[in-house]
Design a protein around this ligand. Structure first.
Ligand SMILES: N[C@@H](CCC(=O)N[C@@H](CS)C(=O)NCC(=O)O)C(=O)O
Length: 212
């Protein structure tokens, strides 16, 4: 694999830099400045037709250049290529894929909407804030239940499901703190997991990408 990572300083981008750091492979970083709307450039649209980061191009793949968008697809590709952080078959593989899809279809979008209505929007719409705070809290409760009886998100092994969830759950302690701190305060298993995952050297390095 020879990976070029298209990313920006956001939770979705950092899932992939964490994975690449965990794998210890060389990769190039192409920052896509969302503030300057670089995600809509013709060059980036050809790689990522939904105009969102992250995306990768593997220039050493069998059918190179191989372009992939959507963080879940990218994490699955990197795991399958490397044979790490995702079981090859059986229950463990599909548990990890199920939690990975849970992150990209539920946790990410709901936290994203909550961030828009509760933090970024000038107008504060109470119904929208209540709706997305309650849904974010519900999702954190689901995760807390899982982590109360398992070491990691998909079971006893660290996997791409942890990598996908970590930057978003961490956001509940930073960017989304004002709306989610009460929810996190009652979730000791999530707090334990945040500490364990956050202490991994590759996670620390991946969270610092892109270097701007
Ligand atoms: N489901 C996508 C979500 C990607 C996403 O929402 N990316 C955001 C940054 S965190 C983005 O590129 N936003 C730019 C825009 O909406 O114009 C994934 O998991 O890759």
């Amino acid at each position: 694999m020879m990976i070029n990572l298209y990313t920006w300083a956001t939770p979705n981008g950092r899932k992939i830099s964490i994975m690449l750091e965990e794998l210890g492979i060389d990769y190039a970083v192409s920052p896509v400045d969302l503030g300057k709307l670089a995600q809509f450039s013709a060059e980036f649209s050809a790689i990522s037709p939904n105009n969102k980061i992250p995306a990768i191009v593997d220039t050493a793949a069998e059918s190179a250049p191989l372009a992939i968008f959507e963080s879940g697809a990218i994490l699955t590709y990197l795991a399958d290529q490397s044979g790490q952080f995702l079981a090859a078959h059986g229950q463990a593989r599909y548990n990890a894929l199920a939690w990975l899809h849970w992150q990209t279809s539920s946790l990410g979008p709901m936290f994203g909407q909550l961030g828009f209505f509760a933090v970024r929007s000038q107008e504060k719409a109470p119904l929208a804030i209540t709706r997305f705070t309650e849904e974010a809290d519900r999702l954190l409760t689901v995760l807390e239940t899982q982590l109360a009886s398992h070491s990691y998100v998909a079971g006893e092994d660290y996997s791409i499901a942890d990598i996908a969830c970590y930057p978003w759950v961490l956001a509940a302690t930073t960017y989304l703190k004002t709306v989610l701190e009460d929810s996190l305060a009652t979730k000791p298993s999530i707090q334990r997991w945040l500490q364990v995952v956050g202490d991994r050297p590759a996670v620390k390095r991946g969270m610092a990408i892109p270097k701007l």
